[in-house]
Write a protein that binds this ligand. Structure first.
Ligand code: NAP
Ligand code: ZN
Length: 347
């Protein structure tokens, strides 16, 4: 099936309309009419070749929501008409310890929704800036939010799970003081989720203009991280800090805010390394620095259900497909509250 898509023909070329081919529906496959796709900063890193190994043409998009159009003979969990989502994973080995434990995100053979190896044309996976996608049923998530919230659910498929998974793993909840660094697509979800989990949430931003907005998202306090006095007031006080910043920066400034045994987890994936942190910031209070990548399929479903139960969606700005390049430019300036979502009907 040939469908319309938007993608980058090469690293230094703007995204443009393309025709792509989707495979026919196999026994375990679900074909989805894509309705909306969130715009993640990873899409920009990948399309522009900022991370090594982008394959072109590159069709980004891993915050996919839509309606099931058809299912294969052996599919039991989804049926035509269902509202569903697809995140960053479209396949994995299904056999290793990670897959058995529901951590497909850490499977050595995890296949990303775009730029992953596939026998399908053109030899690498193509993402959600497109009209249709065909995905193995295991990687298709159920959406129970009201249908009129569907566009604002899309960003949960990456920004939501990438923040939910570490917040759960590091047991964020009542009585815990939690920092969220960077109030972008991921960060604004981190604030909403940590607040819903019952933590005391402090938002860190470089943007003075986001101070009031962060409180509306559910932060209990906001710190403008360029202000040394504001930072010093929180020294050695955090149980956990979730760092979502998309660019290299001084990690020591945040490590110093962790109390004994505190952890800072990096989810931001800048194109070039952070300056190396000072070892004394670890040994002085037995602090840890960690990382986390998206989340597994079972916990992605758990996150969607948690969000439906707590009335949580992303704060979005809808764009037409043809406006993807200006949207990327605004994302680079931090000029977005807080996630662009592409209306696939405009393609
Ligand atoms: P985003 O919407 O662009 O948000 C990033 C935020 O970081 C900005 O809004 C900004 O917040 C802050 N920031 C501070 N200094 C910055 C600078 N010099 N350049 C850019 N941002 C700066 O991006 P996102 O979609 O949330 O993604 C954030 C990062 O996470 C990206 O690197 C992305 O590739 C990565 N990511 C990782 C995973 C994973 O599995 N680990 C999954 C998805 C995305 P303030 O204005 O508040 O300072
Ligand atoms: Zn993403």
């Amino acid at each position: 099936m040939v469908v319309k898509a938007y993608g980058a023909p090469a690293a230094h070329e703007p995204l443009a309309p393309l025709n792509i081919t989707r495979r026919s529906v196999g026994a375990h496959d679900v074909q989805i009419d894509i309705l909306f796709c969130g715009i993640c900063h990873s899409d920009l890193h990948q399309a522009r070749g900022e991370w090594a190994g982008t394959l072109y043409p590159c069709v980004p998009g891993h915050e996919i929501v839509g309606r099931v159009a058809a299912v294969g003979n052996h599919v039991t969990n989804h049926k035509p008409g269902d509202l569903v989502g697809v995140g960053c994973i479209v396949d994995s080995c299904k056999d290793c310890d990670e897959c058995a434990d529901g951590f497909e995100n850490y499977c050595d053979n995890m296949i990303g929704t775009y730029n992953g190896p596939t026998p399908d044309a053109p030899g690498h996976t193509l993402g959600g800036y497109s009209q249709e996608i065909v995905v193995h049923e295991r990687y298709v998530l159920k959406i129970s939010h009201p249908e009129d919230q569907l566009a604002a659910v899309a960003p949960l498929l990456c920004a939501g799970i990438t923040t939910y998974s570490p917040l759960r793993h590091w047991q964020v909840g009542p009585g815990k003081k939690v920092g969220v660094v960077g109030i972008g697509g991921l960060g604004h979800m981190g604030i909403k989720l940590a607040h819903a989990m019952g933590a005391h949430v402090v938002a860190f931003t470089t943007s003075e203009s986001k101070r009031d907005a962060a409180l509306e998202l559910g932060a209990d306090e906001v710190v403008v991280s360029r202000n040394a006095d504001e930072m010093a007031a929180h020294a050695a006080s955090f149980d956990f800090i979730l760092n979502t910043v998309a660019a290299p920066h001084d990690l020591d400034a945040f490590l110093a805010l962790l109390k004994r045994d505190g952890t800072m987890t990096l989810v931001g994936a800048p194109a070039t390394p952070h300056p190396s942190p000072n070892v004394f910031n670890f040994i002085m209070r037995r602090r840890s620095l960690a990382g986390s990548m998206i989340g597994g399929i079972p916990e992605t479903q758990e996150m969607l259900d948690f969000c439906a139960e707590h009335g949580i969606t992303a704060d979005i700005e809808m764009i037409r497909a043809q406006d993807i390049e200006p949207a990327y430019e605004r994302m680079l300036k931090g000029d977005i509250k807080y996630r662009f979502v592409m209306d696939i009907a405009t393609m």
